[in-house]
Every structure is written in C-alpha cells, then in structure tokens.
Ligand binder design. Structure first.
Ligand SMILES: [Zn+2]
Ligand SMILES: [Zn+2]
Length: 390
C-alpha cells in the first residue's frame, strides 16, 4: 500500500489544482460559505460518503466508514472561509468577487482534504478506523471550530484524534513544519475605560483627570510582562488604541484604552487576563477614578500533543524526506484549530507553500498572497498517511 500511495496521490494532482482554483475564484466570508459548502458536499457525495451539511450553519462533514473499524475515528479538518480583501490582478484564477479573496490558503486546504477523501475512498480496505472529513466555516475570527464542536462533530462520531494542516507561504514548498507543545498563540482583547470627573484644564484640583490615570496605567501594564510573567515564557501586552478628550484646556470625563494580549501557556493566559484587570482598576482607583473593564476572549493557543507530533513527523518523513521535516519557532498568530486540540489529542502542521524562485513570497492576508500548488499533493499524501496511521 505504502508504495502504491504516491501513485494514487499523483492520480489526483490535476484535480487538486482545479478544485483549488475553482474555490479560489469564488471566495466567501465566514459563515457565508454557501456555494463553497455545496461544492464540497457535492464532491463528497460523489465519493458515496455519508454527508451532513449545515453543521454550525455552513459546515460540511463527510464520514468514510472503514471496512472494519478497530479504533475510534480520526478527524481531518479544513477551513472554508475567505477574507475581505481585494485580490491583486494578474492571475488567471483571480477572485471573481470584488473585495473577497482566499488570501490565507483555505481554498488549498479544502482541495487537499477532498483529495485525501478520494484517495482514502479508493484505499478503504486498508483503513482500520472511520475518517471524519470536517470542513468548518469561519476560521478568520469567527471561531467556526468551536461552533462545529458545539454542533457535535467530535462527540457524535466518537472522534479519537484530530489533525489539521495549514499551507504556509513563508515556508518553502517541499517542507512540512511542525512542533510539539505550544505552536500558535492565544489571543485576547480588552477595552478599559477610566472614568474621572470632567473640568477646566487650568483647574485640575476641581476635576479628576482620567487621562493622567490612563497614561499611568499604560506604563504600569508593561510591568506585568516584566514582573509577573516567568521570564522564560513569552507574553505580550499591547495597548493599540487610546481615546480621550476634545481640547487642550478641557479635562475629559473618561479615557478609553483598547489592547491585545498574546501568550502560549494557558496559565500565563489566565495570569495576563487577571493582572491586566488588576493593574487597570488599581491604577485608576489610586488616581480617584474608576475603571470599566471588558475582556473579549479570542482563540486559545494551538498546543500540539507530543505523541501525535511524532506520528505526523514519521508520516511527513515518508512524504518529503527527513531533511524537509522542520521544527518551526512558535508563531504569534492565532488559529481556531486550537479548540479541537483542547478536546482531543492531535496536531496541527504547516505545509510549506512558498517559492522564492517563482516569486511566491507574499505573506498570508496580503492581496498578492499565493501558494505554490505543488504543495497540494504533499498535504494530501500527509493527510492520507495520517488517516491510515500505520
Ligand atoms: Zn488567515
Ligand atoms: Zn488560515
């Protein structure tokens, strides 16, 4: 089977490229992936899988039943949404929808997973577990993974392990990159409004100045990373927006700060959330103000299970060779596959999709983003090997 596998993947190479381009031309935003879902579901039905649509609004789940299941199903995941970006002109398969673009590679993720479904359907007699093909909506800030889990994609099928891939244009094509433990950051945002008492700028003793209190709070916030966080743990506290006042000689009623928190360790994440609130409220209170604080929780950190990473490494070595299986540094970007990894063992790997000699170097979420399509069969073969999971 193993020798035969490369040929079977090679047989779908042309389909991978045409599915990817077809999807690329018709990008849809998170939880609006109606045509996308129809295309995916249609293809899975052609393969005679058990298909469920409208999962968490626009999600699609296909189940390939093993001839004889000896262990719990494995879930393989692709995300389906595009971004509100106008694609740069020049490519024959450019987005046909103004202001919408597959600028993160999710079109390729769907193509790779459809390819894996086709190859695995043809290799069904070698499967010893069912395979759940999970096409989730809304990765780009909508938490579609969380919605799919709440809709029962893991519990209903009794999923035992979860795997996801991300094409990555900043990694060279031909490589597979994966690291055990924390791989991508948790992200939270906060809004804090310091409320004092408005007054004349020349008579500060008659007012309570929220601008001074906010300024002191912003400085004090940086002491959290310096003094509360273990120095060998990465953490970021950034205040990106500050709004207060209307005129030089008026002390305003309030000052508002909008910030972001990044971390990799769940304990550090909790610590940042707690200390940011304490520092803001304490500093405001010391200045005679009060503080209204709201935390907007983002995605948790992507934390890969060590044994699953070892399995992926072994399979990736069979696909691209040991020297092309690389351990990347943790990334401060966030990814909602984290929700799946909070529920089940598994791993999230990057498939290199950049190619300097072909000018494919634009970062994700750029209007010039593209992938080297020779990454697609690499991803498909890796998914197939994971599912067969020898
Ligand atoms: Zn993205
Ligand atoms: Zn993405």
């Amino acid at each position: 089977m193993a020798d035969d596998l490369k040929r079977r993947v090679e047989d779908v190479r042309g389909s991978l490229v045409s599915w990817r381009r077809e999807l690329h031309k018709k990008p849809e935003l998170g939880f609006e992936e109606h045509e996308t879902a129809a295309l995916v579901a249609g293809r899975l039905r052609e393969l005679k899988l058990v298909v469920e649509t409208g999962v968490a609004k626009t999600g699609v789940v296909g189940v390939l039943q093993a001839a004889q299941a000896a262990r719990p199903p494995v879930l393989l995941r692709a995300d389906m949404d595009a971004l509100p970006i106008d694609e740069a002109p020049g490519r024959p398969y450019r987005s046909e929808v103004p202001g919408r673009m597959h600028a993160c590679g999710h079109d390729g993720h769907m193509a790779m997973l459809l390819g894996a479904a086709e190859v695995l359907t043809g290799a069904r007699e070698h499967l010893d577990r069912d395979v759940v093909f999970c096409f989730q909506p809304g990765e780009e800030g909508f938490g579609g993974a969380d919605a799919m889990i709440k809709a029962g994609v893991l519990s209903k099928h009794g999923v035992g392990e979860v795997y996801g891939l991300h094409l990555w244009s900043l990694f060279p094509v031909g490589t597979v990159q994966i690291r055990p433990g924390p791989a991508m950051a948790a992200q939270d945002e906060f809004v804090a409004t310091v409320i004092g008492k408005a007054g004349h700028g020349a008579m500060p003793h008659e007012a309570v100045d929220p601008v001074l209190a906010a300024a002191q709070a912003i400085v004090a916030l940086q002491s959290i990373v310096a003094r509360s966080v273990d120095p060998v743990q990465p953490a970021v506290v950034s205040v990106g927006a500050v709004r207060a006042g209307t005129a030089a000689n008026v002390i305003p009623e309030s000052a508002t700060m909008h910030g972001t928190l990044r971390s990799f360790d769940p304990g550090i994440r909790e610590l940042l959330r707690r200390r940011v609130r304490e520092v803001l409220e304490g500093t405001a209170s010391a200045a005679g103000c009060r503080c209204e604080f709201t935390l907007y929780p983002g995605y948790p950190a992507v934390i890969n299970e060590a044994a699953s990473v070892e399995r992926v490494r072994r399979h990736a070595t069979a696909v691209v060779g040991a020297s092309n299986v690389v351990e990347p540094a943790p990334m401060a970007a966030a990814e909602d596959f984290a929700y799946f990894l909070n529920e089940r063992p598994g791993a999230f790997a990057f498939i290199g999709a950049g190619n300097v000699s072909r000018g494919i170097t634009a970062p994700h979420h750029s209007p010039s983003f593209d992938i080297d399509e020779s990454a697609l069969p690499i991803g498909t073969e890796l998914l197939v090997r994971i599912a067969l999971g020898e």
